[in-house]
Write a protein that binds this ligand. Structure first.
Ligand code: AP5
Ligand code: MG
Length: 219
């Protein structure tokens, strides 16, 4: 198989992070999540983190001028030689065009864009039931993806969990609206380039992954 340079797209709560974890475990490529990068910067209260927080807390997109630079720097790092898995970037047409110039410049062309499709009405419940291990960041859901032993993280054995700040109902509503509007032009863009593969995200987590594996083995 040639180098896997992947983009994972899908509305908030579609399961990008959940599936990205499985992909990077199996294919051993770095996981680049713009959301995770912003959350780490907010936690450390860096200048960029404080700037990003203004937008993230409202469920709006961080300006492209900030986001594009972060991704360009990250893709230029050495570990992406073996491939990469972008999660949550690009999110609008301008970012997709910016990514095109980055990958051309670095000679790391995108191999496939996997679009996890889930109807918007399912997403609110996904996000309101999500909880995350405080120690290692593993993600669970109170109904659909429980730890094997209640109150204990499957991955690291810790017992403390938290909910994301932007999973509050008012913020969730805006996140879904904002991203739904931007999604269609992005889908058209990658469809035209014959890079788009849509999988059904409204089924068991392992069944979603089986669909993704089929795509990745075929390319
Ligand atoms: P980001 O962190 O990327 O948030 P998001 O896009 O809103 O997506 P989520 O991480 O909430 O959902 P997910 O698809 O990863 O789902 P998960 O696997 O966790 O971005 C956060 C913010 O940062 C943005 O709002 C924006 O402000 C900013 N930002 C980020 N990127 C940006 C960019 N490119 N440009 C500008 N701004 C940017 O699953 C959700 C829940 O469902 C979990 O509980 C999980 O266990 C459960 N679940 C997963 N799959 C299934 C399934 N198949 N069945 C049942 N439950 C499932
Ligand atoms: Mg995520």
């Amino acid at each position: 198989m040639s180098t896997l340079n992947l983009v994972l797209m899908g509305l908030p709560g579609a399961g990008k992070g959940t599936q990205a974890q499985k992909i990077v475990d199996e294919f051993e490529i770095p996981h680049i999540s713009t959301g995770d990068i912003f959350r780490a910067a907010m936690k450390n209260e860096t200048e960029m983190g404080l700037e990003a927080k203004k937008y993230i807390d409202q469920g709006n997109l961080v300006p492209d001028s900030v986001t594009d630079g972060i991704v360009a720097d990250r893709l230029a790092e050495d570990d992406t030689k073996v491939g990469f898995m972008l999660d949550g970037y690009p999110r609008n047409l301008e970012q997709a065009q910016a990514l095109d110039s980055m990958t051309a410049k670095l000679n790391k062309p995108i191999s496939a864009v996997i679009n996890i499709h889930v109807d918007a009405d399912v997403l609110v419940e996904r996000l309101s039931g999500r909880f995350i291990c405080k120690n290692c960041g593993a993600t669970y859901h109170k109904l659909y993806n429980k730890p094997k032993v209640e109150g204990t993280c499957d991955v690291c054995g810790h017992h403390e969990f938290y909910q994301r700040e932007d999973d509050k109902p008012e913020t969730v509503k805006n996140r879904i609206e904002v991203n739904t509007k931007l999604n269609t032009p992005l889908i058209d863009f990658y469809n035209d380039k014959k890079l788009l593969y849509t999988v059904n995200g409204d089924q068991d987590i392992n069944d979603v992954y089986r669909e993704i594996q089929k795509v990745l083995r075929a390319i």
